[in-house]
Ligand binder design. Sequence first.
Ligand code: SF4
Ligand code: SF4
Length: 214
Amino acid sequence: MYDFKCQRCGECCKRYYIISLPGEVSAQASLKGLEEGDFIARNMQLFLQLFPAEHGGSRINVSSSLVPRKFLDMISGHAGHIPEFFLALPMLAFRRREDGSCTFYDSGNSGCTIYSERPLECRLFPFVSDRKPDDYSKLYPFCHGLRHKDSNKTYADLSFVHFRQVADYFGMVKEKGFSGVWNSWPNGGVCLFTDKLLGPITADEFFGVIAPYK
Ligand code: SF4
Ligand code: SF4
């Protein structure tokens, strides 16, 4: 159990790509009074994360032959070689402003403008790491909430709740395809290799990489 009291500083809203899953997006669109397709077009981007992988397995693994050359060259620069296969994680993430902040972050007064329907990842932060640190303040030194105590309350590490939800999502994508899970998607977004941003990706490039799970 951990001591924690959110200081509402907004630092966690300025640093990350925040993914939102199908049920969450429906609720966020309703909150904003928008059709889901409109909400996605206005606020979200395609988000494709690649990791080196073995061929086969139960995950969404794709051949490097499906990855655009421009990305392979950058991956080679980062990793020193081009893996033959990648674990591909195709998602939708909220757009970010030039300063890195989440499109729903209002620095003026209200903080998160979809607070009641913010994604689980945001609800659980900072307890969302798969690294299971003893001291979360080493992992997230910018989060001052970890240096405060909320009266007699303590917080459990609920990272597993988030990771289970995300694993279920990838299971659905593998079974139904990305276009079977989402009814609409943005025209473009970003591609990452591990945590390194490779650059913009078009919808055609995105679906080209995940062709077996389109
Ligand atoms: S979770 Fe931490 S970083 Fe995020 S708003 Fe609260 S205190 Fe700030
Ligand atoms: S959805 Fe809300 S809580 Fe989550 S990063 Fe964006 S502004 Fe912050």
